[in-house]
Ligand binder design. Sequence first.
Ligand SMILES: C[S@@+](CC[C@H](N)C(=O)[O-])C[C@H]1O[C@@H](n2cnc3c(N)ncnc32)[C@H](O)[C@@H]1O
Length: 378
Amino acid sequence: MLQIITNFWTTRAVYVLAKLGIPDLLKSGPKSAPELAGLTGMHAPSMYRLLRALASAGMLQTEADVRFALTPMSELLVTDAPGSMRSFVVSELGQEHYPAWGNFMHSIQTGGIAFDDHFGMDIWQYFQQNPEDAAVFNDSMSGMTAVVNEKITSLYDFSRFNKIVDVGGGHGGLITAILKANPQAFGVLFDAEQVISGARPKLEAAGVADRCAAIAGDFFESVPAGGDAYIMKWIIHDWDDEKATRILKNIRSKIPQNGRVIIVDGGKERSAREFDQLLTSAGFRFLYFANAPAASRSASGRYPQSLAISSAHAPIRGAIVSNNARASAAVRVSRFFAANPGKVKCQRDVTSNTQPAGGMSGSTCSAPAALSIKRSAR
Ligand SMILES: C[S@@+](CC[C@H](N)C(=O)[O-])C[C@H]1O[C@@H](n2cnc3c(N)ncnc32)[C@H](O)[C@@H]1O
């Protein structure tokens, strides 16, 4: 109980560690608290207490309580580590998300958004006004998406599509991974102007700029036309039903008859019934719902179990929706970053309106006991 109550002390300590860039400083080898305090301009005795607290949480290793070294967990906070979580930690536990969580009671009391109530604006307006925080957030999305991209491209077959539109695609990590895995496809990265301007150089650097248009706009107004697939990762969960329906309707007005909408979510998780209502109101038809448990290790298998504890209990989620009014489907699969590839490995085809008997078509999920699939009543 005490540990649960005091968990936020540890997470704030992790924030200080990441914000000060201490894992970067430890990349070259162990260092003492006075050395690290000198390099970061901090108070040495307090630095020592911080480092010992983090060592007790498995974030650092001590050498005779004098020098401190990286562990597999803090290696994930090195800025240029593949799938680095440094920006995510700084964004989630720092300037904007953390104070909003302090106002959590507001959400429970009113159903409103704690962030909006605390800051007097929504998070996207906040990022427009605070470009430094926006830059950290965009980097955090790129880092986190790097961890799940491979999972998404292996879970879903994009090879049938010619043009894939990533709606609210941030700096383009996901569309880049999809295009690299599917050399036949063209992509469209769509996001707000200030995000797209930062994305163009990244598409160039990744070598996909010649196959991927970067278009700025507002998904509440419209989305680019011409896609036969529209993917939204960590978008629909950001919005209430009215706003989510607006986004989906804008896609509905542009998508061809046999197009697909692929939704990958986390955060505001909708139940099967809620998804059904939402998709129906946007002109799609919900067919079935599946839920697989998260495994205790990450997609990459690199994280120690202790890091995965918070996500180990979280279900893994996603949705796949067809535009065919007679044959559309939503599938919740997983919170991808918590999935063990050995446990959750499903090939799905939701192009038909027939419910696969006893599970998902072609599924090789090894956790069928936890799968619950619902057929649409229509
Ligand atoms: C949670 S982030 C997800 C980014 C990306 N899909 C990923 O998974 O890494 C939400 C994205 O939606 C974009 N966004 C928010 N409001 C938008 C709007 N009205 N029109 C277009 N994009 C918007 C944000 O700029 C941000 O990049």
